[in-house]
Design a protein around this ligand. Structure first.
Ligand code: FEO
Ligand code: CA
Ligand code: CA
Ligand code: CA
Length: 603
């Protein structure tokens, strides 16, 4: 027991077959959406009506495809107010809009999609801690950040020639944020968000090494935004560097609604999944970050300055500068078992563990590039090329990377990599031990001396995921596999106050045939490795965000892309309104799917 209590008690749910369009929670729990795509933030009259959507309305409504989520509870009496912060990663135009009949209509749909991207900040209220929240329309903290919100660039590459465009000759102000995937709330109360698949929004000349490495090409983009705003067409003179202004970690202060959000060049540019910060023993902070691409890398940033743990505006202002100056490292893993024992099947080596040691290899130290042949601007803007040069370890798509607030150990969700071992590609290694890795795995890292600023570490695999009923290559930290919930494609991670790891998944329908879900895994004691499913999301949705408030018996998730294989005419999910077929549709509701933030509470 102890101060944190025994935590959230639940009997694991049975896995839910992939075609089921239900949100499923354990017996004794209830759920509802706090806020859905299209819900008004600033005035109740901005009501959602998908038949008559406009860019102006969407900019005043909750965006699409919520991913990172936090619920920041105010210190006020009895936890009755809070702030919800979420990312809106991308849009699914085919299910959001009826097919455009004219070019004018098609262009307006593109503008709506731009306004459905970005982030939302939404004030919450409730009667008591542990009770469900409602959101406050028109609260002064409510905020939308979209594809056109001005961001200030910080760090050593701010103002660099690589960031200048004809519209911004200073290279210090960028319009918008795109592909915002996971993120993290900092110890000083701001929110970080990773710009992930930014390459899909730009047409470029596609001729440079960097373009090739970042997946930028000279072909029309899927959304064709370049037809209505030429900054998305980097083949146009003066726009060449516009794609360089995306792919960053951004930081927003949810308590400062009028302050411009920032993009931090000190943390490097890649397909940033997210970033999670911990204050180290020395007071310097470390940010852990994954580059979510097959065979890409794991990174760490360490601040030059120290965290100020005092309260008040002066400390907050200081702490908000911590990510502007410091050192950037990339991970190199070494296995301790002979290579011949890593067979690619997931079978454990003779020492009984996938484990070893590792090194954080410096790319930049306090604003100075450490890799011969590259400038600091190269290292920060084209980080992948510099990390390639130092022989970083190719990983199976690092998604969320998060240090445990209880132990400081770091957990890396490697979601999958079906190309491992394919013709011309790297085969199995001890940290990525399966070829054609469909189900993914979780790496556990211990910094040397439990010091977040350390440049060496030990590691082992906590989980090798899959459905143990049908897959002989799964591993659950030694826990009997017949007693766990099947799990595949780990994506986001979170911790409860007891220090248990929670994992949400993206992709399980295609690998193990079940809907994606949220899972709890104890990390210590006899239950270490016992994966237990807490909830399941509707058909074709991904489970994102998770926020675990076990002390209040509450859990929050962002349900992303429900029914994403449907179309406007044939929607494949009815989440979360579930309006009965043939019944009148209540005002502000819809019969099609709406990405939503959901709260789960104990009844
Ligand atoms: Fe947007 Fe790597 O998931
Ligand atoms: Ca080993
Ligand atoms: Ca993700
Ligand atoms: Ca994902």
């Amino acid at each position: 027991a102890g101060a944190a209590g025994r935590g959230l008690a639940f009997a694991p749910i049975a896995p839910v077959p992939a075609a089921v369009d239900s949100f499923v929670v354990p017996t004794g729990y209830s759920w509802n959406p706090i806020i859905r795509w299209g819900d008004p933030l600033f005035a109740a009259t901005d009501r959602f009506d998908p038949e008559h959507q406009s860019a102006a309305l969407q900019a005043r409504q909750f965006g699409y495809n919520n991913d990172y989520l936090d619920i920041i509870e105010s210190k006020g009496p009895k936890g009755r107010s809070g702030i919800l912060v979420t990312n809106h990663e991308y849009t699914n135009e085919g299910i959001m809009f009826s097919p455009a009949l004219t070019a004018v209509e098609a262009d307006e749909q593109r503008r709506v999609a731009m306004m459905a991207h970005g982030m939302s900040v939404v004030a919450l209220e409730r009667k008591h801690a542990g009770q469900p929240w409602t959101y406050r329309v028109g609260d002064p903290l409510n905020r939308r950040i979209t594809a056109s919100t001005p961001f200030t660039v910080t760090g050593p590459a701010a103002g660099s020639a690589l960031l200048k465009t004809s519209a911004d000759p200073t290279g210090r102000t960028v319009l918008g944020t795109l592909g915002n995937c996971a993120g993290g709330t900092t110890p000083w109360g701001t929110v970080l968000s990773g710009e992930e698949n930014f390459n899909g929004y730009f047409r470029t000349n596609g001729t440079s090494t960097a373009d090739a490495r970042y997946g930028l090409a000279n072909r029309p983009t899927g959304r064709l935004w370049e037809q209505i705003d030429d900054r998305f067409d980097a083949t146009v003179a003066g726009n060449e560097n516009e794609p360089n202004r995306f792919g960053w970690i951004v930081e927003i202060d949810p308590e400062a609604p009028n302050e411009p959000p920032v993009k931090h060049t000190a943390l490097g540019r890649f397909k940033h999944e997210g970033a999670n910060v911990i204050v180290g023993k020395t007071g310097h902070v470390a940010a852990y970050m994954g580059d979510d691409e097959r065979f890409d890398y794991l990174y760490k940033f360490v601040s030059f300055d120290r965290f100020d743990k005092k309260k008040g505006p002066k400390a907050r202002t200081h702490n908000k500068s911590l990510l502007t100056r410091g050192s950037l490292y990339v991970a190199r893993f070494t296995g301790n078992s002979p290579e011949r024992e890593i067979t690619g099947t997931g079978q454990l080596p003779a020492d009984g563990l996938f484990d070893g040691t590792g090194q954080w290899v410096a790319l930049v130290i306090d604003g100075v590039c450490q890799v011969p042949g590259f400038s600091t601007d190269d290292a920060l803007v084209n980080t992948r090329l510099v990390a390639d040069a130092v022989g970083a370890t190719k990983m199976d798509r690092c998604e969320d990377v998060e240090p445990s607030p209880v132990t400081g150990k770091i957990y890396v969700a490697c979601t999958n990599n079906t190309d491992r071992g394919a013709l011309g590609q790297e085969g199995a290694t001890e940290p990525n031990p399966r070829v054609a890795n469909r189900d993914g795995h979780i790496v556990e890292i211990t910094e040397t001396g439990s010091d977040a600023t350390s440049v060496t570490f030990d590691w082992n695999l906590l989980l090798v995921c899959g459905d143990p009923a049908t897959n002989t290559s799964t591993y659950f930290a030694g826990f009997p596999s017949e007693k766990v919930s099947p799990i595949s494609c780990p994506d986001n991670v979170a911790f409860d106050v007891q220090g248990n790891l929670w994992i949400s998944t993206d992709g399980a329908p295609n690998t193990i045939g079940y809907c994606d879900g949220l899972f709890k895994v104890p990390l210590t004691g006899p239950e270490r490795g016992r994966v237990q499913q807490f909830l399941s999301v509707p058909r074709e949705a991904e489970t994102c965000g998770p926020v675990i408030r076990s002390e209040q018996s509450m859990v929050y998730v962002a349900v992303q892309h429900p029914g994403e294989r449907g179309s406007w005419a044939a929607q494949s999910s009815r989440f979360p309104d579930y309006v009965p077929l043939g019944a009148p549709v209540p005002a502000g509701a819809w019969t099609g799917p709406r990405p939503s933030v959901v709260q789960v509470w104990k009844v």
